[in-house]
Write a protein that binds this ligand. Structure first.
Ligand code: NAD
Length: 249
């Protein structure tokens, strides 16, 4: 018996990293996954990697920051899957910028993708989620609650995801719908690669962070997301799951 047999899941950011690993994990456990991403190539790679799973996957290109695209995407997912049981918001972007170089354009895009994109998918999916078993998992970040230099705007956008998720959990609890923010620490994906750190910054701070369990593979975060989305977590809502390999103990 797979945990996600017959479960219909919409996953954003499924064209790379944590979102791809999550889509693959859910398909391997029987889910029907509607995978969303900006990258057509990324979605195609995810779909071909999932070919042997017992579940199935359908991809759609969309910008999560585009309200019209989000509305159309949720409609398409409902039509394709016959409903949505679980929403997993993973799509996100990162900018590493010292405070003196922060631009309004950078801040607006970070919030548009990370925060507003997440909020729009929640708003649009909620009318379709079943009372008593619907689940939303929103990927925040350990940066939402722990300071990191040059990450002010990113951290603010993720802190907003965390706060949004906790309040949403309170708002929809009467329907028996769970909302779980998952906050990864450092994960080996393109988003966290060295290219996101401008070369002239003092990065010695990062060298001092000790993660006893090292950097995560995306599959390790996918495992936490799958748990949060499953019936194994039926009593879990409105609580952050921080999966950071012990970086802050
Ligand atoms: N990698 C880390 O260390 C880390 C740590 C904490 C939190 N996170 C969060 O995890 C999530 C996934 O990141 P990842 O590390 O897998 O990175 P990634 O770059 O591998 O994947 C992000 C995916 O989101 C997609 N995306 C970006 N903007 C989009 C948009 N506007 N519309 C649709 N899709 C969009 C990208 O195309 C990409 O496929 C992000 O929300 C990120 O902030 C990552």
């Amino acid at each position: 018996m797979n945990r996600f047999d017959g479960v219909k899941v919409l996953v954003t950011g499924a064209g790379s990293g944590i979102g791809r690993a999550t889509a693959l994990r859910l398909v391997s456990e029987g889910a029907a996954v509607f995978a969303v991403d900006l990258s057509r190539e990324g979605l195609a790679e995810t779909a071909s990697a999932s070919a042997s799973g017992p579940g199935r996957i359908v991809g759609r290109v969309a910008d999560v920051a585009d309200e019209g695209a989000v509305i159309a995407t949720v409609d398409a997912a409902v039509a394709e899957l016959g409903g949505i049981d679980v929403l997993v918001n993973v799509a996100g972007m990162h900018r590493t910028t010292p405070i003196g170089r922060l631009t309004v354009a950078d801040m607006k895009r970070l919030f548009a993708v990370n925060t507003i994109g997440t909020a729009l998918f929640c708003r649009e999916a909620l009318p379709h989620l079943p009372d008593g078993s619907g689940v939303i998992v929103n990927v925040a970040s350990s940066a939402a609650s722990h300071g990191n230099p040059y990450m002010t705007a990113y951290a603010a956008s993720k802190g907003a995801v965390l706060g949004f998720s906790l309040s949403l959990a309170a708002e929809v609890a009467h329907r028996g719908i769970r909302v779980v923010p998952v906050s990864p620490g450092s994960v080996a994906t393109p988003l966290a690669g060295p290219q996101v750190l401008p070369p002239d910054l003092d990065t010695s701070y990062y060298g001092r962070i000790r993660a006893p369990f090292g950097t995560a593979e995306p599959e390790q975060i996918a495992g936490v997301i799958a748990f949060a989305a499953s019936r194994d977590a039926a009593y879990l809502t409105g609580a952050e799951l921080r999966a950071d390999g012990g970086s802050h103990i």
